[in-house]
Design a binder for this molecule. Structure first.
Ligand code: ADP
Length: 262
């Protein structure tokens, strides 16, 4: 589509003489560059698991006469990588749909008090494995207008990150309040925090402060980009406050209407 736009732009510029100056082509060039960068990053991310799968399966192939038991480790390694790739591809597909503008956003009345409690209940066992507890302070009737599936995904991403980047036996507080203009939700962890100079980069696609930690925790580096897209789509706001070794606070602000001003 971008190539097509450039083509039309170029021919209009030719026909109209002055119609599209070089200056108005700059945003298109930037968008093409962004797409190229994204494609390069995505390919790079997928190359590593493919290489690991290949290596592990090559070992199995080279030792066909050995028992399955002795090969199970290599097969399991390959299987883990397949699962991880599946996770990345799902996130990538979601972002691609978001980029194309073809994502259907269903708007309905949602009570965040209920939605957050349900998500916390579902995620409590995952947090529990690290001895992490959720403490909820949610006012009654936290009504917003939005897409239930997407808002659920947004809360899951924030809680999942809070769990991933917290040490054992800490707490995650989730606060929900009505404000003059809408609803505010805060997710506060006592985790490793984010360095000040990296806070505004963590919503970029594939950006990770500590790649190794993200990988061992099962991160794709796409969670906060998806969160950012959902926030934007709901005409809401997301503020990240963080201090290294102290913790992170993510503040979401929803307007009562929740409609995007086009
Ligand atoms: P990932 O899949 O790596 O978690 P995200 O897009 O969700 O990707 O987040 C990007 C990066 O931001 C993470 O890799 C991590 O370095 C940092 N980050 C996100 N949430 C937190 C948090 N609650 N505490 C500390 N660091 C965080």
């Amino acid at each position: 589509l971008v190539g097509f736009t450039v083509l039309i732009g170029a021919s209009l510029s030719f026909l109209g003489g002055y119609f599209l100056s070089g200056r108005s082509l700059i945003p298109i060039k930037k968008s093409v560059e962004r797409q190229q960068e994204f494609l390069a990053d995505a390919s790079h991310e997928l190359r590593t698991p493919i290489a690991v799968i290949q290596t592990n399966l090559e070992v199995v192939k080279a030792s066909m006469d050995e028992s399955v038991e002795s090969q199970i480790m290599w097969i399991n390694n390959a299987y883990d990588e397949v699962q991880w790739m599946q996770h990345i591809v799902e996130d990538l597909m979601l972002l691609a749909r978001a980029d194309s503008g073809n994502m259907v956003v269903q708007r309905e009345a949602i009570d965040l008090n209920y939605l957050i409690r349900v998500v916390c209940e579902k995620m409590a066992p995952i947090a529990g494995k690290k001895g992490i507890k959720f403490i909820n302070k949610l006012e009654e009737n936290l009504k917003i207008n939005g897409d239930e599936k997407q808002i659920t995904q947004l809360i899951v991403i924030l809680l999942d990150n809070a769990i991933k980047y917290s040490n054992k036996n800490t707490t995650i507080r989730v606060i929900g309040k009505n404000t003059i203009s809408g609803v505010m939700v805060e997710v506060i962890d006592q985790g490793i925090g984010i360095p000040q100079d990296e806070i505004n980069r963590v919503t970029q696609r594939f950006y990770r402060v500590d790649k190794a930690r993200s990988r061992t925790e099962g991160g794709t580096g796409l969670g906060l980009s998806i969160a950012n897209w959902i926030v934007d789509e709901h005409h809401a706001g997301m503020i990240i406050e963080s201090e290294e070794k102290k913790g992170t606070k993510i503040i979401l602000n929803f307007d009562r209407g929740g409609e995007k001003n086009e």
